[in-house]
Design a protein around this ligand. Structure first.
Ligand code: HEC
Ligand code: HEC
Ligand code: HEC
Ligand code: HEC
Length: 551
């Protein structure tokens, strides 16, 4: 299979077809862009190599043969013939470049998405992909400020480009990063995937040559042409954080777009609307504009429905949050004038079926980008870009601001608690990050460090391995707060009390104990959250780290 040639070619829409200008907005960006371009070039050659199957090349699959013959789980695409086009749909990645979570089973991630697309290509299905937007995050892990958001957006877009995405929309999450910044940095310099949005008034003067209202694409391996447009629905318009944005009336816009698509020299056989809006808004659009065969809308919940909403022969799909699922619309030509295409739908959970095979790691185009991403975090010292706020204990006593001292300091007086801690996994949490591969360098990623060290983001807390070696790992002060005042004045009951907000009352009743343990439980979940500890049960976790002094 030849992947170096662009499998798709956009056909002109309302915006002029001039060559993309190479203007860039800042020197820092020029450097970043150059590195990214370089990576992409490397990755592109890597991609070609990776795509050379380890097995002898697969013969083209006859229509009636099921895809199970290839590396796809048997549960997928039951009773599907080879479609004339497999339209792959994603949405609401929310900054999750990698599988979401620390412990298995994890789902999602751009690497698995890439593997899934690749496996569809291996069975010779013509594939095209679109994304609804909300690609970046609104805040960092554990409510860290969004220092890495833009970088993650850029790497995501490059990954989508490697996957030959045709078009992406944008919404509230993109606006949280400033559309001016992210479009100027990605869309201005990369024609693909195209950022498509039709209802931002004056888009052409605000973001010149960075967005298109619509686009018709020819997809390699099929004679089906796909028209894609995107609008921001009313419900999302009010959430867009860019005060300068004005929106044109959606009905007028959609009418005009459909008319322009119909007038195009090469007409679309399938029309796709990426709607940054709710399912209800999508249903209204589907009724009012039946020319759209597929509408992709936002999911209100993390978990998407496996069934699309069908309105006559058209479908509305949503794929959930965090990039854990992806949708596949099977498009079949019917040859009938009244109903030229028939649609099937399969929701795919990006679970461990789509892990990268060991032989494909070295040249994996997305893994390469992810390595590049963490290497850039290290090189540009992203840990150092975070400010430091005050821990509640640093505000508790005016004029008396405790600093972090490290767990070793507590050993002398609390040896039994220290023993328990030393033998727990908390005491190795930093090394865990050092040992992580694919990508490596996670100890330079604040979005990992924040839960795997002591006090990151607080005054005198973890900064980096060199400056704060004693604050590696989840230590005593990760839970008890900065301890210098207590260590210096251990007899001081005020500080003793502040160090243990979960101290039992004397003669604690069973009910009081339950309530107190409930508070401890909630506290643990600050790190052991649903993303990072899928199997979390307080009753199972607490006994492994509990360290009563046995009073
Ligand atoms: C010089 C001895 C000493 C050092 C060092 C020390 N502590 Fe203490 N700590 C005490 C004493 C004494 C108490 C009060 C008696 C008790 O509850 O054990 C206490 C109480 C506490 C309590 C409250 C216990 C309760 O329920 O009342 C916590 C929590 C605590 N220390 C944590 C730490 C941490 C964390 C460190 C290291 C940063 C540390 N201590 C270092 C002596 C020390
Ligand atoms: C600052 C973040 C943080 C807090 C707060 C925290 N943990 Fe953890 N915990 C971690 C990290 C990170 C790991 C993984 C360490 C590793 O394996 O490298 C972990 C691992 C564990 C493990 C080992 C899990 C296993 O697989 O056996 C247990 C048990 C645990 N924590 C219990 C708790 C309990 C109970 C609380 C609340 C009292 C708590 N933790 C609070 C971050 C935290
Ligand atoms: C919100 C807090 C949090 C963040 C952020 C976080 N972790 Fe963790 N991590 C944990 C907890 C809690 C555990 C323990 C989970 C368990 O025992 O199942 C853990 C465990 C791990 C483990 C050990 C898993 C195992 O099965 O032993 C690895 C590896 C890991 N984290 C890597 C990372 C990486 C890489 C990042 C950054 C992308 C990261 N973590 C970010 C909280 C966090
Ligand atoms: C994962 C969070 C966590 C870590 C890490 C942790 N503690 Fe605690 N610690 C707690 C909680 C929660 C309590 C109160 C629960 C209870 O009453 O049983 C507590 C209670 C204590 C107490 C009072 C115990 C008693 O029965 O009087 C002391 C002393 C203490 N911790 C010291 C330490 C020291 C020293 C370390 C590090 C060596 C440490 N803790 C590490 C969460 C933690």
């Amino acid at each position: 299979m030849q992947m170096d040639d662009r499998s798709t070619q956009p056909q002109g829409s309302a915006a002029p077809q001039s060559r993309r200008s190479r203007t860039v907005r800042s020197v820092t960006f020029t450097v970043a862009a150059l590195t990214l371009c370089l990576v992409s070039a490397l990755a592109a050659t890597g991609l070609a190599r990776m795509l050379r199957p380890a097995q002898p090349p697969l013969e083209p699959v006859p229509n009636e043969q099921k895809p199970q013959a290839a590396r796809l789980p048997a549960s997928l695409f039951r009773n599907w013939k080879k479609p004339d086009l497999a339209l792959v749909v994603s949405a609401q990645q929310h900054g999750y470049l990698l599988p979401c979570g620390c412990s298995r089973p994890q789902k999602g991630g751009l690497e698995r998405r890439c593997n899934f697309l690749q496996r569809l290509k291996e069975i010779n299905w013509p594939v095209a992909a679109v994304d609804l937007g909300d690609i970046p995050q609104r805040h960092g892990a554990k409510d860290l400020p969004n220092v890495q958001g833009k970088l993650k957006y850029l790497y995501s877009m490059h990954a989508l480009r490697e996957m030959r995405y045709l078009a992406v929309g944008l919404g509230e999450y993109e606006s949280a990063l400033s559309l001016f910044d992210i479009l100027g940095e990605y869309a201005l310099n990369n024609p693909a995937p195209r950022v498509v949005v039709a209802n931002i008034a004056d888009a052409e003067s605000k973001f010149p040559e960075q967005t298109r209202p619509w686009e018709i694409y020819e997809v390699a391996g099929t004679n089906l042409r796909v028209g894609v447009t995107s609008i921001i629905g009313k419900s999302v318009q009010s959430k867009m954080l860019d005060p300068n944005l004005k929106f044109a009336d959606n009905r007028t816009v959609l009418k005009r777009v459909l008319q322009e698509m119909a007038d195009a020299p090469k007409k679309a056989d399938l029309r796709v609307l990426l709607l940054q809006g709710s399912k209800e808004e999508a249903e209204l659009c589907a009724r009012d504009f039946p020319a759209f065969n597929v509408i992709v809308c936002l999911s209100a919940e993390d978990e998407p429905s496996s069934e699309p909403k069908r309105i006559d022969d058209r479908i509305i799909v949503a794929t959930g949050h965090k990039g854990r699922y992806i949708g596949v619309v099977g498009v079949y030509r019917t040859g009938e004038r009244a109903k030229p295409v028939e649609l099937k739908y399969q929701l795919v959970s990006l679970d461990e079926d789509f892990l990268t095979a060991p032989g494909e790691v070295a040249n994996h185009p997305v893994l390469k980008l992810m390595e590049q991403y963490t290497a850039q975090l290290k090189k540009d010292d992203y840990l150092g870009k975070y400010g430091a706020g005050k821990h509640p204990l640093q505000l508790a006593v005016p004029g008396d601001v405790p600093v972090y001292v490290g767990s070793e300091k507590c050993k002398k007086c609390h040896d039994s608690a220290f023993e328990v801690w030393k033998n727990s996994k908390h005491a190795h949490a930093y090394q865990t990050l050092v040992d992580v591969k694919q990508p490596s360098n996670r100890q330079y990623d604040a979005e990992c460090i924040v839960c795997h060290t002591v006090g990151f983001g607080y005054e005198s807390g973890f900064r980096n391995e060199r400056n704060t070696p004693k604050l590696k790992d989840v230590g005593c002060e990760s839970c008890h707060g900065p301890g210098s005042k207590h260590v210096a004045d251990w007899n001081n009951e005020k500080w003793q009390a502040l160090m243990n907000p979960w101290k039992p009352k004397e003669n604690e009743t069973a009910r009081e104990k339950t309530e107190r343990m409930h508070r401890v439980d909630k506290f643990c979940q600050g790190c052991h959250d649903i993303d990072n500890d899928v199997h979390y049960k307080f009753e199972e976790r607490w006994p492994k780290v509990a360290h009563p002094t046995g009073k």
